[in-house]
Design a protein. Structure first.
Length: 259
């Protein structure tokens, strides 16, 4: 994937520390320099409590770092912004709005022309496979369908970066696989930049172009690897990760880093 020279997101010497009542907690993230580029699909893996959500919250603008700075292009990140869409582990839909109304909510708040909203919503409903469910309400949807609406709701605002915090972890294995294929397809069509947290090493390997690892022995630090399994899966319909020694080797490599 060709990358523009200028990073989309840049962290410069970022440290995040949470102060307890006794005021002596260690930094969760320490002196971190990191760049994310246009069109990348970056996943983050690591042991529970290592700081994955903290990193996502910093990039989203939900948290201000203890020290250091974060930039989107050349603008310092000072809070949440619609250029960074967030999809959480549990779908956060408005229960009183239908599927199409939930997706249209953001563009309506931006007061876009109604024809444009209709066209955007229709395209996304088609892309996430929710045709014939447009008029349903969240209580009528399965977990996977709700998460599709969440993804469409984030994407309709055309964010430059989609931030996903364990988006599929609450789903059953089959729905999860289908959602991974859906996300891979959306990413390849849109070249949307994606930053995703996951506990699932295979999910990281089969979707991302780069994997960031919080290693168990060096809390607060990040290792990184680049992979092309997502392209292999798309280009070769017979490709199976179970049969690929390199894939199994990389899976063990990442597991050893975090366990
Ligand atoms: N707002 C906060 N105040 C105090 N401590 C916090 C806060 N947010 C996170 N922490 C602590 O920072 C550490 C990292 O939390 P974080 O949620 O980033 O981990 P994680 O890697 O996403 O964990 P998991 O995989 O279990 O979701 C944890 O010890 C957590 O208790």
């Amino acid at each position: 994937m060709p990358q523009k020279k200028e990073p989309l997101i840049q962290l410069k010497n970022v440290t995040q520390q949470f102060f307890s009542a006794e005021n002596h907690s260690l930094p969760i993230i320490k002196d971190l320099d990191l760049s994310l580029y246009d069109g990348e699909f970056v996943s983050v893996v690591g042991p529970s409590g290592c700081g994955k959500s903290t990193l996502l919250n910093l990039i989203a603008g939900f948290l201000t770092p203890t020290s250091g700075q974060l930039f989107m292009r050349d603008q310092i990140i000072i809070g949440p912004d619609k250029s960074r869409g967030v999809v959480f582990q549990s779908p956060t839909l408005y229960p009183w709005l239908s599927v199409e109304q939930n997706i249209a909510y953001g563009p309506k708040r931006q007061k876009l022309p109604s024809e444009e909203i209709k066209q955007k919503v229709t395209t996304l409903i088609e892309q996430v496979g929710l045709i014939e469910s447009e008029t349903k309400y969240p209580f009528e949807l399965s977990g996977g369908m709700k998460q599709r609406v969440s993804i469409a709701r984030a994407m309709v605002n055309e964010p430059e970066l989609l931030l996903m915090d364990e988006p599929f972890s609450a789903l059953d294995a089959i729905t999860r696989r289908n959602m991974q294929a859906l996300l891979r397809g959306l990413w390849q069509k849109s070249h949307q930049s994606i930053f995703m947290i996951t506990h699932d090493i295979e999910e990281a390997l089969t979707l991302s172009t780069r994997v960031l690892v919080f290693p168990k022995n060096n809390p607060g630090e990040l290792k990184e690897y680049t992979f092309d399994y997502t392209q292999k899966i798309t280009q070769d319909s017979h490709y199976e990760t179970e049969m690929d020694e390199a894939f199994q080797h990389d899976k063990l490599l990442l597991l050893n880093d975090i366990m």
